[in-house]
Design a protein around this ligand. Sequence first.
Ligand SMILES: [Cu+2]
Length: 244
Amino acid sequence: MTKQTDTDDLELSDDELIEVIKNHGIDRRSLLKVFGVGAAVSALGGTAAATSGRGNRIDEVYGAPYSADDTVPSGLVDHVVELHTHEENIHDDFPIDPESGNEVPAEFIFDPVGLHVRPGEVVEFRVHHGLHTVTSFHPKFSEPPVFTLPSRVPTSHGFTSPPVVGGDSWLYRFTKQGVYDVLCLPHLTLGMVARIVVSGGGAVPSDTYGPLPIPNAGAVLGAPEMTPENIVSEGSVAWEDLTL
Ligand SMILES: [Cu+2]
């Protein structure tokens, strides 16, 4: 028997979600409350039910998380971005510890770090190991006094994943044209950011946001390969090709 769950009764408020994310731990009860359908059904042990229970629903704020045991519906995903923690740095002198000025001996990355997406396409953010989030630059996801976030997305609502652990993934559908800058909340200050440019042809959306005054993250988004024009003409920018 499949237990039906009404997602509207399960949604957390933005404030509650931010509390979950700030904990940076997996609070299963809270995650079930936010992302009830698929997670609850898979907890009951039915993979077929998990797929039919959720369908292709992707929330415009909370996206759609998939655990390693879930099956992502075939044909749903248009692009894959991998989230990694590299313990051998690819770039010299990156990231820099803002206090000591020394290189941190690990890189926390989205790869590709720049991606062109057409309106309506779905990106799967796939975590290899560690614990990360995919969060839009939007003031409501600020963590004062650690950092405050300017809006660097073309939507007013912003979006975020829950904390996602190795083996799991999170899907988001980008519908509106524009430049979307995203970050990982636990690793923003170590430069874990990426840029998605949504463009259906015609004029490339421009970067109207300007320099980002956050160490490491500002360096990534300000790299010469990260202009919207370059991302659209190349299709994607690999982490290793970034000039830092
Ligand atoms: Cu991270």
